[in-house]
Write a protein that binds this ligand. Structure first.
Ligand SMILES: Nc1ncnc2c1ncn2[C@@H]1O[C@H](COP(=O)(O)OP(=O)(O)O)[C@@H](O)[C@H]1O
Ligand SMILES: [Mg+2]
Length: 321
């Protein structure tokens, strides 16, 4: 009995994945045709020129859970190419559980399509930039860019190292920009978005000091279901059967533990900590909104009296926008 239920569940999951895949696939084809005919939407690549990017498919730059990332070169500049391959974790795990190859590729490709769609909808400087995409089919065995089924091309960002050693004003400004992203995600056109799978490797650097986020395929606008106030994580209220404000608070706490705490020297006894302790405290308990904490950072930056510092001018520019 249990076996037949789980077989039924598997069949149902496969059908739902296939349906979602087809819907996204159709939407993207329409969107791509529209982009080509009306305006290129700022995208550099589509199926007609994507093969002009040079990549070495034997040299994987980043192995994710679902996609492989390859470093590409286009007219002397670096770009980042994402594709689902047969050796990715999700596909191999799915194949080892006796599912069909079509089903396993469809699920992984649906996630890449979802990521591309989110990039088309969302606009924020702290999201890695989508430079183009090509949707040919869900057939993905071939790795060549002239044949591969679904390909995303992004700006190339470098690994984020040594943030802790940046100057105080640079760190405060970059933290302000990340909080601005969280504030945007909370109010996004798609609803309040949860960055469900944030890892340090998803936070990259656009030189010299802009931190950008990659990997949107697990982002969701759904807040968890609840039956009473006590049943929500992060002490948020249960409203109309949903934990209202859960996504925004989860993002705040997660960004704090993955990066902001180090950036603001929250766990050291340095003199800098005296400046940031109230911000650190609010972040560590998820108190207040991202925009309220941004205001605290702005006040701190003004107080630093660093008018001659280039980073301070950058913040003034951002605040004036
Ligand atoms: N734009 C980029 N520039 C440089 N490296 C990137 C970029 N996007 C992703 N990467 C690297 O590739 C890895 C895999 O990509 P990701 O989108 O996280 O895949 P997955 O969703 O399968 O986990 C990332 O963890 C990151 O290290
Ligand atoms: Mg992912």
């Amino acid at each position: 009995m249990e076996r037949s239920i789980s077989a039924w569940r598997c069949r149902r999951t496969a059908k739902v994945a296939a349906l979602v895949f087809c819907a996204i696939f159709a939407l993207l084809r329409i969107q791509q045709e529209t982009l080509a005919s009306v305006d290129d939407g700022g995208l550099l690549f589509n199926c007609s020129n994507i093969a002009e990017i040079n990549i070495n498919t034997r040299n994987v730059h980043g192995k994710g859970v679902t996609k492989h990332a390859f470093l590409g070169r286009y007219h002397g500049s670096h770009v980042l190419v994402k594709m689902v391959t047969g050796t990715g974790y999700d596909v191999t795990r799915c194949l080892s559980s006796n599912r069909s190859s079509t089903e396993c590729y469809a699920w992984a490709n649906m996630k890449l399509l979802k990521e591309i769609m989110l990039h088309l909808e969302l606009r924020h400087a702290s999201l890695v930039q989508l430079l183009g995409f090509c949707v040919r089919s869900e057939e993905t065995e071939a790795l060549s860019l002239s044949e591969h089924g679904i390909i995303g091309v992004y700006e190339y960002a470098v690994p984020l190292t040594n943030v802790e050693s940046w100057s105080l004003s640079t760190r405060l400004t970059s933290a302000w920009e990340l909080l601005d992203l969280l504030s945007y995600l909370e109010q996004s056109p798609l609803g309040s978005l949860l960055v469900a799978d944030l890892k340090r490797s998803h936070l990259l650097l656009r030189p010299p000091h802009s931190i950008v986020i990659t990997d949107l395929d697990d982002v969701t606008s759904v807040e968890p279901k609840c039956s009473s106030n006590g049943s929500c994580d992060h002490n948020v209220k249960c409203r109309n059967g949903r934990c209202s404000g859960h996504n925004a608070r989860h993002n705040l706490l997660r960004f704090h533990s993955v990066l902001l705490s180090d950036m603001l020297h929250c766990n050291t006894n340095s003199s800098i900590k005296q400046n940031t302790s109230s911000v650190c405290h609010n972040l560590s308990i998820g108190h207040g909104s991202a925009s309220a904490i941004q205001s605290q950072l702005s006040t701190l930056l003004r107080g630093l009296n660093e008018n001659s510092d280039g980073e301070f001018r950058r913040l003034n520019f951002l605040l004036a926008e």
